[in-house]
Write a protein that binds this ligand. Structure first.
Ligand code: HEC
Length: 112
């Protein structure tokens, strides 16, 4: 989690953009539901354990292709919205990597 914060603030101090586009997308498009750290402890995700992206447990297959499709098309059976019109394919690629990194970072340790 500290690593996330460091990456998000980044080395550049430009005021409009984060150094990492994924950090920017995460903050603007995902954090409201999944939480800044991806653990899903928000009122939008309450009662939806799959919204915890840090627990290493997946409803959808945790490979790039499946997650790219999920982020683009959303999951109609859940509050997870589609982002195909909102994010560019490059941003979706970046946020998928970010998502996979959240789980990787958290696995093996419980910080809370
Ligand atoms: C409106 C709230 C909301 C927003 C915004 C949102 N999500 Fe979700 N997302 C959810 C919920 C709720 C779930 C759990 C769905 C379920 O219960 O099946 C979910 C599920 C997921 C999953 C599937 C996890 C699994 O176990 O397979 C991924 C990956 C994901 N979201 C990534 C993202 C990313 C990346 C963004 C930003 C681009 C994002 N979400 C934005 C609410 C949201």
């Amino acid at each position: 989690m500290i690593a996330v914060a460091l990456i998000a603030t980044g080395a550049s101090s430009g005021c409009t953009k984060d150094a990492d586009p994924a950090a920017r997308v995460w903050k603007r498009r995902c954090a409201a539901c999944h939480g800044p750290d991806g653990a899903g402890r928000t009122r939008f995700a309450e009662g939806r354990p799959w919204a915890d992206l840090t627990d290493g447990k997946w409803k959808h297959a945790p490979d790039r292709e499946s997650l790219r499709r999920l982020v683009a098309e959303g999951d109609p059976a859940s509050p997870m919205p589609p982002f195909a019109g909102t994010l560019t394919p490059e941003e979706i690629d970046a946020i998928v990597d970010w998502t996979l990194a959240l789980a990787g970072r958290a696995s093996g340790k419980t910080s809370q």
